[in-house]
Design a protein around this ligand. Structure first.
Ligand code: SF4
Length: 206
């Protein structure tokens, strides 16, 4: 079965795709098939919005979370239309729900336009993987499949803050004993108008 919506720590997560324009060295997908027993590899990605809404409602009935996070085993912004449709549905039916999108920040490159304004009022917060104080560091950690990915990520973060959408730049610290220049990462985040969050790397995630 395709698990498009799941829960973790009493919050609702949405798993829109298994595709990604990065291949991060610490990506959970490389090590395991599930998050807390929930198999997140999709059989296919041909679902429609009704499938998404049905799964969301089933989960929401059991766990009426005030927070919904688009995350999962892939880059959610690669399914922009589905993301927008479900966010619109949630915001109209459950307006108190906070929506966060965890993203690699490549969407504006992928769609060749600034998509952030389209998400104003739908997404309350973007959490963007900065993963490095330099292009070299970023490339080592994220192994991007697109050109100039680090600049794209920084530009995406700036687009979010320019739009007045809360944005957090994140880094994964301590991967297999490696360390980032956290002060520089924090300064870069601040200069782009973002908050900064360090996620300590833990073996096998969660
Ligand atoms: S951006 Fe996320 S889904 Fe994509 S490879 Fe990195 S950790 Fe995995």
């Amino acid at each position: 079965m395709n698990i498009l919506v799941y829960t973790l720590d009493n919050k609702i997560y949405v798993n829109l795709t298994n595709r990604c324009t990065n291949n991060c060295i610490f990506c959970l997908r490389n090590d395991k098939n599930d998050v807390c027993g929930q198999e997140l590899w999709l059989d296919n990605e041909n679902y429609d919005i009704q499938d998404l809404i049905e799964q969301f409602e089933k989960i929401y009935a059991k766990t009426p979370s005030k927070e919904v996070i688009f995350c999962g085993y892939g880059e959610p912004m690669l399914k922009l239309e589905q993301l927008k449709a479900l966010a619109e549905y949630i915001k109209s039916k459950y307006p108190d729900t906070k929506i966060r999108v965890n993203t690699n920040g490549h969407a504006n490159f992928v769609y060749k336009r600034n998509v952030v304004p389209e998400l104003k009022g739908l997404v309350d917060e973007f959490s963007v993987s900065l993963n490095g104080a330099t292009k070299e560091e970023y490339n080592e950690y994220s192994q991007p499949k697109i050109e100039n990915a680090y600049d794209e990520v920084k530009s995406f973060i700036k687009c979010c803050s320019n739009e007045g959408i809360s944005v957090v730049a994140t880094v994964v610290e301590g991967y297999k004993g490696q360390h980032l220049d956290l002060d520089s990462c924090k300064k870069i985040a601040g200069d782009l108008g973002a908050k900064f969050r360090v996620r300590e790397w833990i073996v096998n995630g969660y």
